[in-house]
Ligand binder design. Structure first.
Ligand SMILES: [Zn+2]
Length: 303
């Protein structure tokens, strides 16, 4: 898997290099003097979405996490570290991807934005250490709107001539996110079960916004292998609470969630934490959130 990730990253670097050298870019117009556009490096997919939505045609957006890659344990190639160093702006969530935190501290201290800085953060472990925070902020659409505004403010201060375009773009993003929030609020108002059993604890912000408590089979990181005792506890909870659906995700092996579903007689369904795109996907943040809403309405018995 690691060699695949590295080769994908190398491939995207090669494409970017071709684009700026050839003079016939496939990703959009170049500036009138022929130089390549300034770049925003986004640490993972939802931040790419926000960067493209606000930056529009003014920036090239480079994602660090390749499609199909799992962002928590992302490792950076030397070329990606160079992209971070050379970018006009790097967007990331502090505490989510250790390799990105380190590269930003060393290479981009003066041109980076921790998009979670202005948000109300939830504790990583509600019952334990209150200093560590949960990084999965993007699963509340209103947080995505706030991230868009933070990006707008930053771009407007570095490129004031384009400020009105960024602001107009951000208003569209804000309307899109407000509409999603409205759909979630309405669609999840009346549900039989308020407990979501998920494969890793990515859904605290979604749960907090729309009235669900998540129970993660693994912890905050999808790679943590659950202990047999943890599996038994969750299975007991599924039976006791009459949970009918165990959620698994697209970028992580569904084996554990499916085993638990089989053991308890529950069904399993994809609830996407939108940490990245599946390779070749034509989905976007709003379409994935719409799928998540439909999945939750069925899985939680909402009317
Ligand atoms: Zn996660």
């Amino acid at each position: 898997m690691k060699s695949l990730l590295i080769s994908l990253a190398t491939a995207s670097v090669a494409v970017a290099a071709c684009t700026s050298a050839s003079g016939s870019p496939s990703t959009g117009p170049q500036s009138t003097d022929g130089s390549s556009r300034p770049t925003i490096v986004a640490a993972f997919y939802p931040l790419e979405y926000a960067a493209r939505a606000v930056g529009g045609d003014a920036y090239d957006v480079i994602g660090l996490t390749p499609p199909g890659g799992e962002p928590h344990d992302l490792e950076l190639s030397a070329a990606q570290v160079a992209q971070i160093a050379g970018a006009d702006l790097v967007l990331y969530v502090k505490g989510y991807q250790p390799a990105v935190d380190e590269a930003v501290a060393q290479q981009a201290a003066d041109h980076s934005l921790d998009v979670s800085a202005g948000l109300t953060l939830l504790p990583a472990a509600p019952d334990g250490d209150q200093t560590a925070t949960d990084p999965h902020v993007w699963l509340n659409p209103l947080n995505m709107a706030a991230i868009g505004t933070a990006v707008t403010d930053r771009l407007s201060s570095s490129a004031p001539d384009d400020s009105s375009a960024f602001t107009a773009n951000n208003e569209r993003l804000g309307s899109e996110m407000a509409a999603l929030n409205e759909q979630f609020t309405t669609g999840l108002a009346s549900c039989r079960s308020r407990i979501m059993v998920v494969s890793h604890e990515a859904f605290a912000y979604l749960g907090s916004a729309y009235g669900f408590t998540q129970v993660g089979i693994s912890g905050l990181s999808p790679d943590a292998e659950p202990s047999p005792a943890r599996m038994r506890d969750v299975a007991d909870l599924v039976t006791r609470e009459g949970v009918t659906t165990i959620y698994y995700e697209t970028l992580v092996d569904p084996k554990v969630a499916k085993t638990l579903a089989d053991e308890t007689g529950a069904t399993s369904a994809v609830l996407d934490p939108i940490e990245g795109l599946v390779a070749g996907s034509a989905e976007s943040y709003p379409t994935m959130m719409a799928s998540n809403l439909a999945t939750l309405r069925t899985g939680q018995g909402c009317t």
